[in-house]
Ligand binder design. Sequence first.
Ligand code: KIV
Length: 255
Amino acid sequence: MELNELIKMKGSQKVTMLTAYDYQIAKILDESGIDMILVGDSLGNVVLGYEGTKQVTMNDMERHIAAVARGVKKAHIIGDMPIASYNNVSDALKNAKKLINAGAHSVKLEGLNPEVIRALVSSGMPVLGHLGLLPQTAVDLKVKGKKRDEADRIFSDALELDKLGVYGIVLECIPVGLAKKITDNVNALTIGIGAGVHCDGQVLVINDMLGMLHNHKPKHVKQYVNIYEVIKTATQNYISDVKGEKFPTDEYSFH
Ligand code: KIV
């Protein structure tokens, strides 16, 4: 989907975004009509089994963006820039181009780094910002912007990102009122995750919304299915069939 079409949705219809990290899931999301797919560096925790996102490399992101891109015909694909890939202007420009070459249509980076964002935007790169809880550098996973000074800083960072020309801003785990104030005062699309209903769009980590992890449900996540139980039951049925010689029957055999 063209970025212009997405930007025009501000104020008229909500933008839908989910993360994806592989070909098959990306294809399902695309065929379901999702507007945007984020190949997030949450790849680190949910797919690669790391504690967080810090260990995710450019090679990881390029491989998974390419896999997602092979499954997508319509949705706008965002490539997340891993930590340390945008420490300075020249790294940011070089690495953002790599993510685009891998199949992303735009890039996302956390926080406010005016020099880097200005350089990316002036080079013609579509940039999605990210404020509030910033997983790459966060010391805890608490809601951000509950205190006045923190809320003021997030608000002024959002205005600054908007002025720098980002096309959107992910707002992660901030109070509903602050997200509304930002949404009402920027031209950029606001995409909320744990930021309430007033954002221009919503994003969730696909593994969270599918209920992939046992006993793990952050407050902001709505689980649409319990895939953990679905996979576990199917696996247990398979084990029982194989052990009991009920699979493969003739139906699944060649003669
Ligand atoms: O990496 C990611 O999945 C993200 C979302 C939480 C927005 O940045």
